[in-house]
Ligand binder design. Structure first.
Ligand code: PMP
Length: 445
């Protein structure tokens, strides 16, 4: 309608150009696995707001818990006193932590802020400064988080200088090492551990190194599970040199990969863990979890934030934790994940697509398909070359959008990622798969 079109135009005119946009439109409603736009379009949502609404849009129990809290106490302020939901949330999280040593909590609003706090904490706890990040990693947009983000230059271009004291090593992902996609993950792990040892003897000595920061399943950098050998090797190096291991579970946590936290697959113990996104199913809430023996070293007042650990967001997160128990969410993730992998691997095996689909990977419902680049094997987002055709992954995603499936690309490579609701119904999963398969066939033809 005219008024809807003018609303979209209003947005184009007055919303900062600094934001990207996948769809020209106004979202008005979300329910379970679907979002509706102001023009009446309803789309199946395989983005979950970038891995946030894992229990679907407007989960009735989560929304009800938030609404109830809204009538009791909206803003308590974490530096004034505890609030009930803040403490109830800790009670719910303690038994599901990937290691029982993780018993000290601090809640904030966004994943970036949690990463910032983790860096500050690592510096204070160890009395050392430098942070080692991984090439391809994404940790957020605020200054500290941006400095450890190495997935795309768009996040820092024009915003330099960044926070100093950050060193970078390659992520155990074949692209980062320039080896074939078929290379054995244990070989890739060994190559990266060697790089880490070199870094610690050539660039930043363990005496100056506070922490190593890793996403256990690389997110924005391409949805790549981290080889277990690599995580174990890093843990050993950290133990040997008194370096803290910060595990960023902001995207991979809360059931996304089929376990409550992705790090459970390797049983590697984090010293500090960052959480957000699925934690509160859409309410702004993040957390930094560590050990009391570490956080006792922090001075009272050294952490805080006006809205940090908001009572409504905490009440929503309590309802999320309860829903995980009551609704067999992890079982659904595993069942739907198997169906998704089976369909994607069948697609990949088709004779005419064998050379086009390079990789199908991920864990649980954090899954990606990587296409071969039409321009060769390298990244090409990095170059602003207008003669290069639009990325294949982008064209596939756009075709999905036209067909009613909301889906995202990621990384500087040709990657489409699947982040559907964790409790998605079997029929909706099949519908999404069908649309994706059709889109690939139509675009690749
Ligand atoms: N860490 C990881 C692993 C993430 O995926 C993200 C967000 N995509 C962040 C940190 C930053 O979180 P936020 O956008 O909430 O600041």
């Amino acid at each position: 309608s005219q008024s809807y079109t003018s609303l979209v135009d209003f947005g184009r005119k007055h919303v900062t150009n600094g934001l990207g946009r996948q769809i020209e439109g106004v979202m008005t409603k979300g329910s379970g696995s679907y979002v509706t736009f102001g023009d009446g379009r309803t789309m199946l949502d395989f983005t979950t707001g970038i891995g946030v609404t894992g229990l679907g849009h407007c989960h009735p129990k989560v929304s009800a818990a938030a609404a109830k809290q809204c009538m009791e106490l909206v803003h308590g302020q974490c530096s004034l006193a505890f609030t009930g939901p803040y403490l109830q949330l800790i009670e719910r999280l303690l038994p599901i932590m990937p290691d029982p040593s993780l018993d000290s909590f601090f809640f904030w609003n966004s994943g970036s802020e949690a990463v910032e706090a983790a860096i500050k904490m690592a510096r204070t706890i160890t009395g050392k400064q430098n942070i080692i990040a991984l090439q391809g990693g994404y940790h957020g947009r605020t200054f500290g988080a941006m400095a450890v983000t190495r997935s795309k230059t768009i996040y820092s271009e024009g915003f330099h200088p960044l926070m100093p004291g950050v060193f970078t090593m390659p992520y155990p992902y074949w692209h980062q090492l320039g080896v074939p996609a078929s290379t054995d993950p244990s070989q890739i792990s060994a190559m990266c551990l060697n790089q880490l040892n070199l870094l610690l003897s050539q660039q930043t000595t363990p005496k100056d190194t506070a922490a190593i920061l890793i996403e256990p399943l690389l997110g924005e950098g391409g949805y790549v599970p981290t080889p277990v050998e690599f995580l174990k090797g890093v843990r050993e190096i950290c133990d040997k040199h008194n370096i803290l291991l910060i595990i960023d579970e902001v995207q991979s946590g809360f059931g996304r990969t089929g376990k409550m936290f992705n790090i459970e697959y390797s049983r590697v113990r984090p010293d500090i863990m960052t959480i957000a996104k699925g934690l509160a199913n859409g309410f702004p809430l993040s957390g930094v979890v560590s050990k009391k023996e570490f956080t006792d070293k922090l001075k009272p007042g050294s952490l805080g934030g006006t809205y940090a650990g908001n009572a409504v967001a905490c009440a929503a997160a309590v309802a999320v934790a309860d829903a995980f128990k009551e609704e067999k969410v992890l079982e659904n993730v595993q069942a739907r994940s198997q169906e998704l992998f089976q369909a994607l691997n069948t697609l990949r095996a088709k004779e005419h697509l064998k050379r086009t689909i390079l990789d199908v990977r991920g864990q649980g419902l954090m899954v990606s398909v990587e296409f071969a680049s039409p321009t060769g094997s390298g990244p090409y987002d990095a170059f602003v070359d207008k003669t290069v055709p639009e990325k294949l992954a982008t064209r596939v995603a756009k075709r999905c959008h036209e067909k009613g499936l909301l889906i995202l690309t990621t990384s500087v490579y040709e990657v489409v990622r699947f982040i559907p609701p964790l409790n998605i119904a079997k029929d909706d999963m099949q519908k999404g798969i069908r649309i994706f398969v059709e889109a690939v066939e139509e675009v690749v033809r």
